[in-house]
Design a binder for this molecule. Structure first.
Ligand SMILES: Cc1cc2nc3c(=O)[nH]c(=O)nc-3n(C[C@H](O)[C@H](O)[C@H](O)COP(=O)(O)OP(=O)(O)OC[C@H]3O[C@@H](n4cnc5c(N)ncnc54)[C@H](O)[C@@H]3O)c2cc1C
Length: 629
């Protein structure tokens, strides 16, 4: 072993979590080293070639609003972009962009290489050195010892990972990259609980072997919306690639049914638990046996490659079965497979061992983020990465951790769910998980989180002032629209008739017109002579705030209620099992999770509202006793 340089923070992993954690730590002034078993794994997308999608788009915009990097990198490397769910309300609008995987990796690696205070190193970490439960350093397989004050674990899907394609099982990370072989044992020896999860990916094929005439082209949006609030649409606009839609059929399902016995998933070879919301094709055929077909999207992996990704058809069936099943699909009859589908299982932790700061309970300075916490997805990983990096810095600075509440953002929901409930399968974010989703929209992530990013030190003065100016324009315009009354003019009548909404006989407030389902702020521009020329992102906020005013204020009231319990902090030294009237299970769960607040306590599985009332009474009595002293 040899002594390497003293650093502040060691980030273990160069995936989506590790990149955000390392950038946040270095940008906040910490001497940071990012370790990856292979630097070729930096920000790779071992699965779908896209960033964003339902609720995941929200996470990316929140990361950007806090000062993270993912949104900027995908804006530079997307090959198709689309706003999803525009047929529904703005709460579920979600941006999704197809990425050029290779360029995404290159851009992120280049960004890391050019970040002051940050070094990237190709090395496998095999040991975390602790002294009296405090982080002291990390050790590489090459014997280098890096003394450090905090560590962020972001090892993703590499820990004791193995890949399965039928009977072919290899000790390997994704894309045949080297797995991490020794750190799991070190963590177990420290008393950290690990278990096995699994996920899977579909085959890749050569574009030249596919027949696109048998598929339906899928186009990107003409109107581009950047992921990053620091970018303007015109700055990132460029020609977009196509994706294609095709379907499985009865022949596909028959090939799969006839070979289920050779599937590691159904053959019991896979011990890890997989994501219910991202099932393999064999899983779909078994679970949804009544479905005649399953939709598949054929997506390019990038501009300088002929490899195509078959979204919706991940599998771990043997190679010969894969060739047979894929070739039953319209357009894939003569497909040339460049990489076979496979399942990967790997070690990860039970995240209830973490605090809401993502620090391990009982291990000072040891943080964890990403897929290793039991989540699934690039976006979920990056969201935890930036919070883990920020809080590792706060730990070293002796400052309170930054904890986003469920009412602040999807990042708050993600971490709160993982830490309080843990996860029985890879946790994937969904809009249905966010009880305050009407307030946590992807369009207002900057208004919710950029002031926090500025306070932390990750958002520049210039960007913060730009947000303040945006807020001023929004407030001013809402005031104006609410103060304008439109007379029943011919132009107004013509417009109302054109959009098929009720005519008016007397004056009507402009804001009331905006609220009509057939109308919105932009549609009324032609009859609103006084209207200032405002940027699209300001117009969007004015429209949403006026149109959904009732829903928004109702949800704000719910948030006030929520915050009452959320801000009722719990003493760290409480022995819950000694509290009279508290059920045994609740006492045990509370002692294990050690919630930060009454609100957090109320979300722990096994703690009932009755238990919370008992706790409230106990806290009141304790306060009275202390006041009497
Ligand atoms: C086959 C496959 C299929 C997937 N399918 C889906 C899907 O369908 N849907 C979905 O949402 N997500 C899917 N994912 C998950 C997605 O890839 C991850 O969510 C995401 O990449 C996690 O990011 P991360 O930063 O946590 O870890 P990763 O991206 O896995 O990166 C981990 C990093 O840690 C490094 N590392 C690990 N151990 C050590 C060590 N001891 N020392 C030094 N470096 C180390 C690795 O080199 C790597 O750089 C899939 C992943 C794989 C592999």
């Amino acid at each position: 072993m040899y002594q390497a340089e003293q650093i502040d923070i060691a980030v273990i992993g160069g995936g989506h979590a590790g990149c955000e954690a390392a950038l946040a730590a270095a940008r906040l002034g910490m001497e940071t080293v990012l370790f990856a078993i292979s630097l070729d794994s930096i920000a790779i997308m071992p699965c779908n070639p896209s960033i964003g999608g339902s609720s995941k788009g929200h996470l990316v915009r929140e990361i950007d609003a806090l000062g993270g990097e993912m949104g900027k990198i995908i804006d530079k490397t997307y090959i198709q972009t689309k706003m999803l769910n525009t047929g529904k309300g703005p709460a579920v609008y979600s941006l999704r962009a197809q990425a050029d995987k290779t360029r995404y990796h290159e851009e992120m690696k280049h960004c890391l290489e050019n970040t002051p205070n940050l070094k990237i190193k190709q090395a496998e970490i095999v040991e975390i050195q602790m002294e009296e439960n405090r982080v002291k350093g990390v050790v590489t397989s090459g014997g280098a010892v890096y003394p450090c004050r905090a560590v962020v674990l972001c090892m993703g899907t590499y820990m004791k990972s193995r890949c399965l394609t039928g009977e072919n099982i290899t000790e390997s990370g994704p894309n045949n990259l080297m797995p991490a072989t020794r750190l799991s044992q070190c963590l177990r020896d420290m008393g950290i609980r690990l278990f096995r999860f699994k996920t899977g990916t579909p085959a890749r094929m050569n574009r030249n072997s596919l027949d696109f005439d048998k598929m339906q082209p899928q186009y990107g949006d003409e109107e581009i919306v950047p992921f990053s609030f620091a970018h303007k649409a015109e700055e990132i606009a460029r020609p977009q690639a196509l994706c294609w839609l095709t379907y499985t059929n009865e022949k596909t399902h028959q090939v799969i049914r006839e070979n289920l016995h050779r599937s590691p998933l159904f053959g019991g070879l896979i011990e890890g638990t997989g994501p219910r919301y991202c099932p393999s094709i064999e899983d779909k055929v078994v679970r949804f046996a009544d479905k005649e077909r399953h939709q598949l999207f054929v997506e390019p992996e990038g501009e300088n490659t002929e490899e195509m990704y078959i979204q919706g058809m991940s599998s771990s069936l043997p190679e010969d079965v894969q060739i047979a099943m894929y070739r039953t699909i319209p357009g894939l009859e003569h497909c040339e497979i460049t990489r076979f589908a496979y399942a990967i299982e790997y070690d990860c932790i039970d995240a209830t061992q973490l605090k809401l700061s993502l620090e391990f309970k009982g291990f000072h300075g040891l943080f964890s983020a990403g897929q290793f916490n039991g989540s699934s997805g690039y976006e979920e990983a990056a969201a935890q990465g930036i919070m883990g990096g920020i809080n590792a810095v706060r730990y070293i600075q002796g400052k309170d951790p930054v904890i986003l509440q469920r009412s602040d953002g999807y990042i708050g929901v993600l971490i709160d769910d993982l830490v309080n409930k843990g996860s029985k399968e890879p946790y994937r974010m969904m809009t249905s998980r966010a009880e305050f989703r009407l307030l946590l929209r992807q369009d207002n992530a900057d208004r919710r989180l950029t002031p926090i990013g500025y306070e932390i030190g990750l958002i520049s003065e210039q960007r913060y002032q730009a947000l303040r100016e945006k807020e001023r324009l929004i407030a001013e315009e809402i005031r104006r629209v609410q103060s304008v009354t439109m007379g029943p003019t011919a132009e107004l009548s013509a417009l109302l008739e054109r959009y098929g909404t009720t005519a008016v006989k007397n004056g009507v407030r402009l804001s009331d017109l905006v609220k009509r389902p057939q109308l919105d702020y932009d549609k009324l521009a032609e009859i609103d002579g006084e209207r200032p020329d405002l940027p699209p992102e300001v117009r969007q906020q004015v429209n949403i705030q006026i149109k959904y005013e009732g829903y928004i204020s109702r949800q704000m009231k719910q948030v006030e209620q929520f915050k009452k319990l959320e801000n009722r902090l719990l003493p760290e030294d409480l022995d819950y099992e000694s509290i009279q009237g508290l059920r045994l299970e609740a006492g045990q769960k509370l002692n294990m999770v050690r919630p930060r607040s009454l609100g957090q306590a109320s979300r722990i599985t096994g703690v009932s509202p009755a238990d919370i009332s008992v706790l409230l009474i106990y806290l009141e009595q304790r306060k009275r006793t202390e006041n009497r002293k």
